[in-house]
Write a protein that binds this ligand. Structure first.
Ligand code: 5GP
Ligand code: MN
Length: 322
């Protein structure tokens, strides 16, 4: 990819690089940004990862995750280049976009089909299981030698975004990259323990509460669950503790689209998960986006109205798809 070699040239001639990822950051966003930071630092290039959100507890074991900066207007903007990772559009960066947009050279590394190609240099490949596959290539082209820290960060990204190598976005390339990362010391045991095998009591209580709200509608083709602020408070859970809950409505036999509706500062965050239908298009109706089988959006409406509108759009998409 020509654009990759341009990006390598830009990064190598930079003194300090801004790295951003999306709000409600996930394993791919955190792992890929950290891997790039490690890679740049090994070349003597400074970098700041800035996220307009907290780092979820599950990922705090990753090396240098304590260096991630939470967005604040006080952060001095003295970057030569900026790299956005796992952001399909600038809006996904939240307020980190204020920093990103003012950096002279902007780079976009992403794997969302809905990416808007907003940067000066765009590396977007919707066939990649995770951004980690693209960052892996980038680090290689930078001439950085892989070590166990880079490998662990990238493996965390791959394992989370592919649902532990289970979703349809998992390819032979994903496995080849994963194999190379294991050869370079990726700490598989730690990743499994910290991310997949450990839940806080609050997280388990929230699963119980959320499952009580399960509804199956439209002749069994759509199922959804709801998480309100009151439920989070009752369980002592954090907003990021809803990660993974949308698995339950989707996994039901016969369900084509599973949904999670989450109350968030006066608006409703919707997560879409599908078995075949392109839900990135349904999310786009509400100004969101994502992947074919996993997407999201925000709806500015009370909960009941958001549910009604989104379920109707999903039902229309199911009927249209037949
Ligand atoms: P989740 O439901 O786990 O938050 O997100 C699923 C996928 O949809 C992720 O790839 C995420 O980046 C994307 N996504 C979630 N919310 C939004 C949104 O509001 N806008 C866009 N463009 N993508 C979203
Ligand atoms: Mn991703």
């Amino acid at each position: 990819m020509m654009v990759m070699s341009e990006i390598v040239r830009i990064l190598k001639s930079s003194k300090k690089v801004l790295i951003v990822t999306h709000i409600s950051p996930d394993g791919d966003g955190i792992g890929s940004t950290l891997a790039l930071l490690h890679g740049l630092n090994k070349l003597g290039i400074e970098g700041d990862i800035v996220i307009d959100d907290d780092v979820p507890g599950d990922f705090r074991f990753l090396p240098k995750s304590d260096k991630i900066l939470k967005y604040s207007p006080e952060i001095e903007n003295h970057y030569d280049a900026a790299v956005a990772i796992d952001c399909s559009d600038e809006g996904r960066m939240g307020r980190a976009e204020e920093l990103y947009s003012k950096v002279p050279v902007k780079i976009n590394v992403d794997h969302h089909i809905s990416n808007t190609m907003y940067a000066d240099y765009n590396v977007v490949d919707s066939n990649s299981g995770a951004c980690a596959e693209l960052v892996y290539q980038l680090i290689k082209l930078l001439g950085v030698e892989f070590d166990n820290r880079i490998a662990t960060c990238l493996y965390c990204s791959l394992a989370t975004d592919t649902g532990r190598f289970m979703y349809g976005n998992t390819t032979s390339i994903t496995h080849e990259v994963a194999a190379d990362l294991l050869n370079n010391g990726a700490d598989l045991r730690k990743i499994s323990e910290e991310i997949f095998e450990k839940k806080t009591l609050s997280q388990v209580l929230l699963i119980c509460e959320a499952l009580k709200t399960l509804r199956v509608v439209e002749d069994g083709s759509i199922a959804y669950i709801v998480v309100t602020k009151a439920m989070l408070e009752k369980c002592g859970a954090k907003p990021s503790d809803t990660e993974g809950l949308v698995y339950y409505p989707r996994c039901i036999d016969g369900v084509e689209i599973g949904l999670l509706f989450k109350e968030e500062d006066g608006r409703i965050k919707v997560s879409f998960r599908s078995k075949a239908l392109d839900v990135s298009k349904v999310a786009a109706v509400f100004g969101g986006g994502g992947h074919v089988l996993a997407s999201g959006c925000f709806v500015e409406a009370p909960m009941e109205e958001a549910i009604e509108r989104v379920v109707r759009a999903c039902a229309d998409a199911i009927k249209g798809g037949r």
